[in-house]
Design a protein. Structure first.
Length: 301
């Protein structure tokens, strides 16, 4: 069973827009040893739809080559067709990734019935050399995978979990309720605010953008809960929540990259520019993010 805390790694780009693979390797090396269970390469925060298939292979190889022994590499492989998703999942397997995270094909979302989604994920899982995790991210795709479909897919021998980024605690609880009791199936929260509530009813971990900038704190949140130190876990949740909001729903990928640059200094973590059409944050937003990091104790006052 896959469990623990995973950051969805931002994909670094140079000022000319090209991949900055050396920066990606260094980011992973600097995050190794912080207690994280592994990494997600090319998730939503990795600008997955801003890279070509050939570039995706480079990203997968860079992460698997830089990860510390014993850590797990998840690969975001969801594309806009079943065929393209299978092909991208093959690229991830060739690169040595450990599992694939697959979002629903969303371009023709009006036709993505429960049956269409189930058949899509089954076809990917049947063809994949990697274990498959489902990815529910309605804010990005406009599609919410029905919990009943997730429960049906959980019975597939090669579907091993789900990341739910909806932020809906009731939905997360329903997912746990309907998928337990059979084969091992990992339920992850992709939303920081829902993570601590989710731990109370049995999620296995979280895949969080904020774990890029506060990895030890996110790992500590899980550890404190599991040790029964609930008040301390609650305090950690409240401390990191404004940072999580800043680098996700409020300022998105550009905000996350700005936070990494603020934390990185001259020889630390690198965020760099997003790829167009995303725009870098303004100086005012950068200053706002810096203040949020200071208030959380992540930057010197």
């Amino acid at each position: 069973m896959i469990e623990g805390v995973f950051p969805p790694l931002p994909t670094p780009f140079a000022e000319d827009g090209s991949l900055a693979i050396d920066r990606l390797r260094k980011n992973v090396e600097r995050l190794n040893g912080t207690g994280l269970s592994g990494y997600l390469a090319l998730g939503s925060n990795g600008e997955a739809f801003h890279v070509s298939p050939a570039e995706a292979s480079q990203v997968f190889v860079a992460v698997t080559a830089s990860v510390a022994p014993g850590m797990t590499v998840l690969a975001g492989t969801g594309q806009l067709s079943t065929w393209a998703t299978i092909e991208m999942t093959e690229r991830a397997a060739d690169a040595g990734c450990n599992a694939a995270l697959v979002l629903p094909p969303f371009y023709y979302r009006g036709s993505m019935t429960g049956d269409a989604l189930r058949r899509h994920f089954e076809a990917v899982a049947d063809a994949s050399r990697l274990p498959v995790l489902l990815y529910n991210v309605p804010a990005t795709t406009g599609i919410s995978i029905p919990v009943e479909v997730i429960a049906a897919l959980a019975k597939h021998p090669n579907v091993v979990g789900v990341k739910d980024s909806s932020g809906e605690v009731a939905r997360l609880a329903d997912t746990v309720r309907l998928t337990r009791g059979g084969e091992p199936f990992s339920v992850f929260s992709g939303n920081f605010a829902a993570t601590l509530p989710g731990l109370t009813f049995g999620i296995q971990g979280a895949i969080l953008a904020v774990a890029n900038v506060a990895p030890r704190e996110c790992v500590s949140l899980l550890s404190l809960f599991r040790e029964g130190r609930l008040a301390e876990a609650g305090e950690m949740h409240l401390r990191i929540l404004p940072v999580a909001t800043a680098v996700t729903s409020k300022h998105g990928v550009p905000g996350l990259k700005a936070a990494l640059d603020l934390l990185g200094g001259d020889d630390g973590l690198y965020g760099g520019p997003p790829r167009p059409p995303l725009l870098a944050v303004t100086p005012a937003v950068r200053a706002e993010i810096a203040q949020t990091l200071r208030e959380a104790g992540l930057l010197p006052v």
